[in-house]
Design a protein around this ligand. Structure first.
Ligand code: PLP
Length: 403
């Protein structure tokens, strides 16, 4: 028998605590931002692949994808960023990644040493947070209001790091339908955050994975990447939530000077970080043919599901609990009384076929577990009502609803 334990690399990611029950399969999936299953149209996806292969010849799959990924898709991304997000980039600045997560991994691998500080929102997307912690980074949570990070709190953290001879590697933000808090940062706050970051010479990492998911409410403000002219904003986003998480197609845009320095992204003829050309071809052809109707179908589905979730929270949870009312994205953030411990209750919820994310999964200290995130993209409105009722029953039994 080979003793594999003695062969593992010394660079394996550090382990990060996850709550018991997190891996359990369930029917009522309020824990993942899956694409809306009903809008994944297999026939149209097959037609898009057929069109792509007929246009380019099936032999286009014989070689590796071009450096940076599918050229047409990068042009489309540049056009969409200019039209939808007020962000002008050349297609050559865009690189295709295996989901937004792939672009985030490249950025973290390229910049983070153990002990590096990254300034993140009070609660932040658990996937990036986990990658930071696995690399030994020190995520520092910045207090937020309904408009994102508080510039004063951000400045205090940057000044405190500076006074101990440290400079944060990133101000890391999800300014559109923030995961998990749901807010969208206004233009004024975007400018204030940029100004503070610039004062301390720290780049901003802008994750706009939810920019295509406006349900109602005001149009989105311009992307921070478009507002700044300092070349100090990194941008990542994805097609996964729109077309299917299984496709693993996302992208990143790096500031000038960074892309050339990163062999992972730029290397000619190196297949090591490239993304399936078949998947990117499909995404490109499908988006060309169906973008507008697809986004509208997703919007309508999310509207019904969000309203079903708000409605079932109102009917099943006591009014002293609080929850967000998001105008886009796929999730709500719920606050229970202080004594609630959603981390330890998760396994009991999965035993009832319901899964959520405890608040602690969005924090490096794994604390604040009187919160939970509920996503509404996966289940139908009827299922959402049933799942929320089951959750309420459990929380009532746990004594979380006692006044
Ligand atoms: C804010 C945010 N960024 C990135 C990701 C990862 O997306 P992808 O599946 O494109 O890697 C997610 C998925 O939940 C997310 O919520």
């Amino acid at each position: 028998m080979v003793d594999y334990a003695s062969l593992f690399s010394s660079n394996l990611p550090r382990s990060v605590a996850t709550p018991p029950g997190a891996g359990d399969p369930v029917k009522y999936i309020f824990s993942i931002t899956n694409a809306v299953p009903e809008v994944v149209d297999g026939d149209e996806y097959l037609a898009a692949i057929r069109t792509g292969l007929e246009t380019n010849g099936a032999a286009s799959l014989a070689g590796y994808p071009p450096p940076g990924g599918h050229v047409g898709l990068r042009e489309m991304i540049a056009e969409r960023l200019a039209a939808n997000r007020g962000y002008e980039v050349s297609p050559g600045d865009v690189f295709i990644s295996d989901g937004a997560g792939g672009a985030i991994a490249i950025i973290l691998e390229s910049f983070i040493n153990p002990g590096d500080a990254v300034l993140v929102e009070e609660f932040t997307y658990m996937g990036s947070l986990r990658m930071m912690m696995e690399r030994g980074a020190e995520p520092i949570h910045i207090a937020c209001d309904d408009d994102g990070m508080l510039p004063d709190a951000l400045e205090d953290a940057l000044a405190s790091l500076e006074s101990s001879g440290r400079r944060a590697k990133f101000v890391w933000t999800i300014p559109v339908y923030q995961n998990p808090l749901g807010f969208t940062v206004s233009e004024g706050r975007r400018r204030a955050i940029l100004e503070v970051a610039q004062k301390y010479g720290v780049p901003v990492m802008e994750n706009e994975s939810y920019a295509d998911f406006r349900i109602d409410g005001d149009p989105l403000p311009q992307a921070m990447s478009g507002i700044s002219d300092q070349g100090d904003v990194f941008y990542v986003s994805s097609f996964t939530k729109l077309l299917g998480c299984g496709l693993r197609v996302g992208f990143g845009v790096l500031p000038p000077g960074v892309q050339d320095a990163l062999p992972q992204v730029n290397a000619e003829n190196l297949p090591r970080r490239s993304v399936s050309h078949l998947a990117t071809t499909m995404v490109y052809e499908y988006m060309r043919a169906h973008e507008t109707e697809h986004i509208e179908a997703v919007r309508r589905a999310l509207l019904a599901r969000r309203d079903a979730m708000i409605d079932s929270l109102e009917s099943n949870f006591p009014s002293f609990c609080e929850w967000t009312h998001p105008h886009g994205g796929m999730m709500m953030f719920v606050k229970l009384p202080e004594r609630a411990d959603t981390w330890s209750t998760l396994a009991k919820a999965t035993a009832r076929d319901v899964k959520y994310n405890p608040g602690g999964m969005f924090r490096s200290d794994r604390g604040r577990n009187n919160h939970l995130r509920l996503t509404y993209s996966h289940n139908s409105p009827e299922e959402i009502r049933e799942g929320v009722a089951r959750l309420a029953e459990l929380f009532r039994e746990e004594g979380y609803f006692e006044g």
